[in-house]
Write a protein that binds this ligand. Structure first.
Ligand SMILES: [Fe+2]
Length: 135
C-alpha cells in the first residue's frame, strides 16, 4: 500500500510545484513513525528500513520542489534533512549490530518530536511558498 502510494507520488511530482504529493509523503511518514513506536522487536527492523526509504523520498521530493521554485530557504531546510538522514543511517548500522533499544529510543524521543516540529515550521513554510507560486 505505501509502496504503491509512493511510486505514484514520485511520478506525479516535479516539474509540477503542486505540494499535495508532499502532503501524502508527510502522512505516510507520520504513520510509519507511529507504527515504529508501536512495533514489536520482530517487526521493528523492517519498518525502520521502510522509514529510511521514505525519508529519502521526502528529501528528494522536497529538494526537487525547492530547486524548481527557487525557494530561498533551501540551504537551511536541506541541511536539516541531511542531518537527520545521517542520523538515521548511523542508527541503521546500530540496528544491524543489535542495538534495538537505542534505535527505538531515538525514534520515540528524537525523531517523532523532530518530525512534528519540522512539519510545523520548515515544511509549512515551504508549502506556503509553493502555494504562492502556484497561485
Ligand atoms: Fe522537509
Amino acid at each position: 500500500m505505501l509502496t504503491t502510494l509512493h511510486a505514484e507520488t514520485a511520478q506525479a511530482l516535479p516539474p509540477s510545484l503542486e505540494p499535495s504529493g508532499v502532503d501524502a509523503t508527510h502522512q505516510a511518514l507520520a504513520e510509519l513513525i507511529e507504527g515504529l513506536i508501536q512495533a514489536d522487536s520482530a517487526a521493528f527492523p523492517s519498518r525502520f528500513q521502510a522509514l529510511l526509504a521514505l525519508m529519502r523520498l521526502h528529501i528528494a521530493e522536497e529538494g526537487g520542489l525547492m530547486r524548481a521554485s527557487r525557494y530561498p530557504g533551501i540551504a537551511e531546510h536541506e541541511g536539516e534533512h541531511h542531518r537527520v538522514l545521517g542520523e538515521l543511517v548511523q542508527l541503521n548500522l546500530s540496528l544491524k549490530r543489535g542495538r534495538l533499544a537505542l534505535v527505538r529510543a531515538y525514534v520515540k524521543d528524537g525523531l517523532a518530536p523532530w518530525f512534528d516540529l519540522h512539519l510545523a515550521t520548515m515544511d509549512a513554510a515551504l508549502t506556503a511558498h509553493l502555494e504562492r507560486q502556484v497561485g
